[in-house]
Design a protein around this ligand. Structure first.
Ligand code: SAM
Length: 245
């Protein structure tokens, strides 16, 4: 199973400022659930977003990478952090906000797994609560897969990120593999290589909203500029609430 463990200690430096993804979550809360006190973040990683939501005193994060969670624990000791798969995670609790940001949902390998997250989230949302997430669109995944590998130097290290389209998947889905390699300098011209391969699946927004409508009313589905998201946008930022009928 693809894991962020080998990449965990480089993650925050490479991803940079979490403020833009935090701003989108804060915007959704301020607009649709300003009285929120509790949040469940699915795929919380190193806790960069969760720790930025101290306006919500009751914070829970779920992630399947022990190394990412260890960093989250150091960053946000007051949060409850659980090692689990978000598609099968169950708790008796309900939350004012369920968040899943920075394309964590794309990491789930099948549309059925996405649906399982939606089904579980419907069980975990308090009345009037909101589900806020973002995804890489099929358009963005296609563009990334057609582009050259991205090379990024940081703290004397070099990251090479190579996104490729999975060869002709039998279901015709937009499936990509992200090969991440970090070269950590030793002495002289020697390096230690840290590498992992992550898979991302894209779903067309029509299908995504159709699946959401089984439980939710979609309040917003916008791109990074706040316009209605399309499959050609980079990301879709989606906010939903439970259907009342
Ligand atoms: C791109 S990172 C996003 C982390 C964090 N939300 C942020 O904004 O920095 C994706 C995270 O999702 C986690 N993840 C991927 N698939 C998962 C799954 N099925 N269940 C739980 N966590 C998962 C990974 O371990 C990783 O920490």
């Amino acid at each position: 199973m693809a894991s962020y463990d080998p990449f965990a200690r480089f993650y925050d430096t490479v991803m940079g400022d979490a403020e833009p993804r935090l701003a989108a979550v804060r915007h959704a809360i301020a607009r649709y659930r300003p009285a929120a006190r509790s949040v469940l973040e699915l795929g919380c990683g190193t806790g960069a977003v969760l720790a930025g939501l101290t306006c919500l005193p009751d914070r829970t994060g779920v992630d399947r990478s022990p190394a990412m969670l260890q960093i989250a624990r150091e960053r946000d000791p007051d949060a409850a952090l659980v090692e689990a798969d978000m598609a099968s995670y169950r708790t008796e609790r309900r939350f004012d906000v369920v968040a899943c940001v920075y394309d964590s949902l794309n990491h789930l390998a099948s549309a059925d797994d996405w649906q399982a997250v939606f089904d579980r989230t419907a069980e975990h949302l308090a009345d009037g609560g909101i589900f806020h997430f973002d995804v890489n669109t099929v358009g963005r995944l296609r563009r990334l897969a057609e582009a050259q590998a991205w090379v990024h130097d940081f703290d004397g290290h070099t990251l090479v990120m190579d996104v490729r389209r999975a060869p002709a998947p039998s279901d015709g889905r937009m499936r990509t593999t992200w090969h991440l390699r970090v070269f950590e300098p030793l002495h002289g011209r020697r390096y230690t290589l840290h590498e992992t391969t992550i898979a991302e699946l894209g779903l067309p927004l029509d299908e995504l909203t159709e699946r959401l409508r089984r439980h939710f009313e979609v309040l917003e589905c916008v791109d990074g500029d706040g316009a209605a998201a399309t499959d050609d946008a980079d990301r879709a930022h989606v906010t939903c609430t439970l259907r009342t009928t």
